[in-house]
Design a protein around this ligand. Structure first.
Ligand code: PAF
Length: 255
């Protein structure tokens, strides 16, 4: 696996790749888990070259504490990517990705202010802006995102259509631990007691027949609910477990 630390080096590689190559791209913020590895697998199955980026994007953290505490585990991440037979890992610096000091932004003004957007002001503008920059730099044929962040995936897909970007956006199923808890970098911050509560969240969220029933079951289990909502035949949840924010969602069509 080749590690690329600056935009110029990647552009040279990109230019040198044969036109027949198909490039799959998995953008990440590192602290990789089986959910990310399912995306690299999908990319390897469908492309001849797979690029993963690792960049903890400061502009998408509405809570500065979350940015500070985001686990940075580069050595382990690189080992996982090598084992996963990823071809290139792009690890840019914030200064090179934001030469404009974030004065230029990509925002969406309808879906991005609902659900996650309502509770995390500015989050999706940060996400869309960094993903737009990464798509412009990497120029992949296909980019892969997890269903766990469904709203993020839908907004990125909408952005690529709105701006005529030549990248197919593919969504891959949420990968869950045996307990049903969706893999997330935030799970690493859970103590054993909080992990038990997080697993309860996953269970209760998948069992209720209505949102209000789920909400009252969660409250009874001592879990702080931010929202349980249905939208476009999908059920979404955000909760706090010991101050750690967890999200989940699933399609109601499959039920
Ligand atoms: O889902 C993530 O890890 C991030 O939001 C992404 C897409 C890598 C943008 O920073």
């Amino acid at each position: 696996m080749q590690i690329i630390k600056n935009i110029h080096s990647w552009k040279e590689i990109r230019e040198s790749l044969d036109k027949k190559e198909r490039i799959g791209f998995v953008p990440t913020m590192g602290n990789l888990h089986p959910g990310h590895l399912s995306l690299t697998r999908a990319s390897r199955n469908e492309n001849t070259q797979t690029v993963v980026s690792i960049f903890v994007n400061p502009t998408q953290f509405n809570n500065p504490d979350d940015f500070t505490h985001y686990p940075r585990t580069l050595t382990n991440d690189l080992d996982l990517l090598r084992n996963a037979k990823v071809d290139y890992c792009f690890i840019p610096q914030a200064e090179t990705l934001y030469p404009d000091n974030y004065h230029y932004q990509i925002s969406e003004n309808l879906q991005s202010i609902d659900l996650e957007g309502a509770y995390r002001p500015g989050h999706f503008t940060g996400v869309l802006t960094i993903v737009m920059k990464l798509l412009q730099i990497i120029r992949p044929h296909t980019a892969y995102f997890g269903e766990k962040d469904y709203q993020q995936y839908a907004l990125i897909e909408g952005m690529t259509k709105a701006f005529f970007i030549d990248t197919t956006i593919t969504v891959c199923p949420t990968i869950r631990e045996d307990s049903g808890l969706a893999y997330s970098s935030r799970n690493n911050r859970l103590s054993p007691e909080l992990r038990a509560q997080a697993e309860q969240f996953a269970n209760i969220f998948h069992q209720g027949s209505t949102c209000s029933q789920i909400e009252s079951n969660l409250i009874q289990a001592g879990i702080e609910v931010e929202y349980i909502r249905e939208k476009n035949n999908r059920r979404f949840a955000a909760v706090y477990v010991g101050g750690i924010r967890l999200i989940d969602n699933y399609s109601l069509c499959a039920l």
